[in-house]
Write a protein that binds this ligand. Structure first.
Ligand SMILES: [Zn+2]
Length: 318
């Protein structure tokens, strides 16, 4: 039996079931809840998270990978409560998103790795709730010097613990190539690396090149279409169908990058986002999977992407 850390404790990977590979319950900023709580309705977010995930569970979702980091306002007690009350299993993250703390800029990769290892092996903020994945992020403009320190720290924590890495990228600039280059330099097994937000592009040359390196691709922004130069959800579905037809169903995972509260966006953008995706965590179930079937993707390939691949990824199987 293989085990992954969930916010409710060790989880048998055989029980992961239908899994969304990149989600959030809340997105906020470090320290806000403690210092300026007016920016986050914590109790309301818990209620919304429970309601949304109960509904998702009733339509088949069993597990979400919540890749919210400290600099995104990670609140593991909130995740614990939402998981317990909704019945959806949540795997939470250590690691760092784009708001890299200034103290990391002068740290060494080994110092960063020790922090991540502690959150995997002992727990986050003294709670005993352990991270099941290591998150890193590089966006427009590619890997910065401080971004590189974090990538190398994540690589070393991966090698020390065996826990996999999930990345945020800006696919239109092929930032996944730069991340892979650093992971290769660190000697990370690329079968333990997930290159996320890869469906922000329809560039098959880039995507297949990454797949040939042995990484997993996160087709994990749905419906998308809100950022200039990125495809709408039909374009995203077609790209998945093309990669499946090319024989890569065994390396793809799907998610929305959804959250019930997105404190870092303006109220207008939050309202616009809910208009664009009234289905929340269920857009894939209700819309994308039926469309993939129309595009000729088999139920077997869908089960592979939604059930088998997340399990194999966390088990460290090829
Ligand atoms: Zn995200």
């Amino acid at each position: 039996m293989a085990i992954v850390n969930s916010v409710l404790g060790p989880l048998d990977t055989a029980k992961m079931g239908f899994t969304l590979s990149h989600e959030h319950v809340i997105v906020n900023s470090a320290g806000i809840q403690q210092a300026y709580p007016e920016f986050l309705d914590r109790a309301g977010s818990i209620r919304k998270g429970i309601a949304a995930l109960r509904q998702a569970r009733s339509e088949g979702v069993r597990t979400i990978v919540d890749v919210t980091t400290m600099d995104l306002g990670l609140d593991v007690r909130l995740l614990e409560e939402v998981s317990r009350e909704s019945g959806v299993q949540i795997i939470c993250a250590t690691g760092t998103w784009r708001d890299i703390p200034r103290v990391f800029w002068t740290a060494t990769p080994d110092m960063i790795a020790l922090l991540y290892v502690r959150e995997i092996e002992k727990g986050i903020e003294g709670t005993g709730i352990k991270a099941g994945i290591i998150k890193v992020a590089n966006d427009m403009g590619g890997v910065t010097p401080e971004g590189e320190i974090v990538l190398r720290g994540a690589a070393r924590a991966q090698k020390a613990t065996g826990v996999p890495i999930s990345t945020h990228t800006w696919a239109p600039e092929r930032v996944g190539d730069q991340q892979v280059h650093i992971f290769e330099d660190e000697g990370v097994d690329l079968g333990r690396v997930y290159i996320g937000h890869s469906n922000d592009t329809t560039d098959l040359d880039y995507l297949v090149r990454l797949l040939k390196k042995g990484v997993w691709l996160g087709m994990d922004r749905f419906p998308g279409g809100n950022m200039p130069g990125t495809p709408d959800w039909e374009g995203r579905a077609q790209t998945i169908a093309k990669l499946v037809a090319a024989g890569y169903a065994h390396r793809l995972m799907l998610g929305h990058d959804w959250s019930v509260t997105l404190s870092i966006a303006t109220r207008e953008r939050q309202a616009e986002r809910e208009r664009r995706n009234p289905d929340g965590y269920l857009f894939i179930t209700r819309r994308v999977l039926p469309r993939l079937r129309e595009l000729g993707v088999s139920q077997q390939a869908i089960d592979q992407m939604m059930v088998d691949n997340p399990r194999r990824f966390f088990e460290g199987k090829r």
